[in-house]
Design a protein around this ligand. Structure first.
Ligand code: NAD
Length: 469
């Protein structure tokens, strides 16, 4: 097995001084990879590089930054099949999904290129005073990435970090570093200015944690579980680092009585089983108007039983931890087995879980409250929209929601009252556009990524009052 004994800083692949490696493979990896478990010395060297990079990027003008963002976009687009291939080899994602994800990622870079502009402004405050609002970079950003959509998560953040004038240290997930290694080769190839983009590998509790504590890091951009997000809040509180947190969710799909049921079934199945339910925006709670509940359930089961190649379409559970966590959660709650209306026969394969659907679990049941990160759906009904909104808002999370209805006005009114960062109306959670900011309410995190707000997230804003007299 080929070991990658290098990490990337000062625009070069450098030998890690740790001489320790970890194995990266998921249940579904077609190849095993090894990466350095970096030590403190490696991280410190990388931080020194990022310091140099920050000084350089801060001085670049917007046209120069735009030029680099465009170059990266071009390279991703040109190499999208190769990036998708390595992502698929390591994570086991099917190749066509991986290709779509990399092309979507390229589009985010293109959007950032097009929308990067000078946001500084001047205001007349009074006869005596003028005001100036100035956007500045934050500094060195630690960018910590999860395993489920590695290249997409990278691309939703990095162009905005760079465009705002920062430097970055990327820490990929232990399960999914390969597409980022490929990305660093692109950075090297296009002679990106030294030190602006750096990459270090290693475990979350060691390398990730250090990157959230070190005093020279100015900001942490973290995407991952709420549990780790809370640790990061604690670590970064010591010197009040800037933070952007995109965390977990327990998202709902609300179906009103007037919804087009055939379309709704497609949206529903895509939204709870896509990527085997291992997507932060997956909708794991169905809230349906009581008047159409049984009709909808019948149609849903009917459709599911007709799908023969679930494995191919919706993919596999990625990690042993994830599989065991779902299995244990279901088995520990076996007194609710009578509430299972689909997927009773399960856990026969090491990496595949067929959709499991529960009906009428109590509202405070763990499956209505906790993120399971698998193709699990819990169905409850409501009698009026107020009740639907209250149930939807009743978890500690607030990441996403779907509304299905033919009534546009009513759907928007509901959307306004949901505590969720992203809402789809008559569409599945698979559809995304780079111009829309993403992020969560409550324990799903704070700050926003992508869209023009993405630049705001990675900027400090300074106000100046100028006395004209
Ligand atoms: P995770 O929290 O286990 O790990 C995420 C990253 O954090 C990894 O790189 C890991 O090495 C690192 N890490 C772990 N412990 C750390 C620590 N103490 N300090 C610093 N870094 C540490 O999450 P995961 O299992 O990789 O991903 C699944 C989770 O991510 C789910 O909860 C999902 O909802 C969430 N997620 C959220 C979004 C979003 O945009 N809101 C997107 C994708 C995934």
């Amino acid at each position: 097995m080929k070991k990658l004994n290098k990490i990337f800083y000062d625009n070069e692949w450098r030998i890690s001084s740790s001489n320790k490696y970890f194995k990266s493979n998921t249940f579904n990896s077609k190849k095993i990879f090894y990466y350095p478990e970096c030590n403190k010395l490696d991280i410190q060297r990388t931080i020194l590089s990022a310091k140099r990079g920050f000084k350089y990027n801060k001085k670049l003008n917007l046209i120069e930054r735009k030029k680099f963002i465009f170059k990266i976009y071009n390279q991703i687009k040109k190499n999208y099949k190769k990036i998708a291939k390595v992502e698929s080899l390591e994570t086991g994602k099917n190749i066509s999904d991986a290709e779509k994800e990399i092309l979507h990622s390229a589009n985010i870079w293109l959007f950032a290129f097009k929308s990067l502009k000078n946001n500084n402004s001047k205001l007349k405050l009074s006869k005596q005073h003028n005001g100036h609002i100035i956007y500045e970079p934050v500094g060195i950003v630690s960018l910590i990435i999860p395993w489920n959509f590695p290249f997409v998560v990278l691309s939703e953040r990095l162009p905005f970090i760079l465009g705002s004038g920062n430097s970055v240290i990327i820490k990929p997930s232990e399960f999914a570093s390969q597409s980022m290694i490929y990305f660093m080769n692109i950075i090297k190839k296009i002679n990106f200015p030294i030190g602006i983009i750096n990459l270090i590998t290693g475990s979350g509790p060691k390398v990730g944690s250090y990157l959230t504590k070190n005093k020279d890091i100015n900001m942490v951009s973290f995407t991952g579980s709420t549990k780790v997000g809370k640790k990061i809040i604690r670590n970064t509180s010591k010197n009040i680092k800037r933070l952007s947190l995109e965390l977990g969710g327990k998202n709902s799909i609300i179906v009103l009585a007037d919804a087009d049921l055939d379309k709704t079934i497609n949206i529903l199945i895509n939204s709870f089983t896509g990527n085997a339910g291992q997507s932060c925006v997956s909708t794991s709670r169905l809230l349906v108007d009581i008047k159409i509940k049984e009709k909808l359930i019948k149609k849903l089961i009917n459709r599911l039983t007709k799908i023969k190649n679930f494995k191919k379409i919706y993919g596999f559970i990625s990690t042993r931890f994830q599989y065991n966590f779902i299995k244990k959660s279901i088995q520990n709650n076996n007194r609710y087995n009578n509430n299972i209306i689909y997927g009773q026969e399960n856990f026969k394969h090491k990496n595949f879980i067929s959709p499991i659907i529960f009906k009428d679990l109590p509202q405070n049941h763990i499956f209505n409250k906790k993120e399971l990160f698998g193709p699990i759906l819990s169905i409850n009904s409501f009698e009026n929209e107020n009740q639907a909104i209250n149930i939807s808002n009743s978890t500690k999370y607030g990441l996403s929601a779907v509304i299905c209805s033919r009534d546009k006005k009513k759907s928007f009114k509901i959307a306004e009252r949901l505590n969720s960062g992203r809402i789809w109306i008559n569409e599945s959670v698979k559809i995304n556009y780079p111009s829309l900011p993403i992020g969560g309410y409550k324990e799903s995190g704070f700050n926003r990524e992508s869209g023009t707000e993405g630049f705001r997230t990675y900027s400090e804003i300074k106000s100046i009052i100028y006395n004209k007299n």
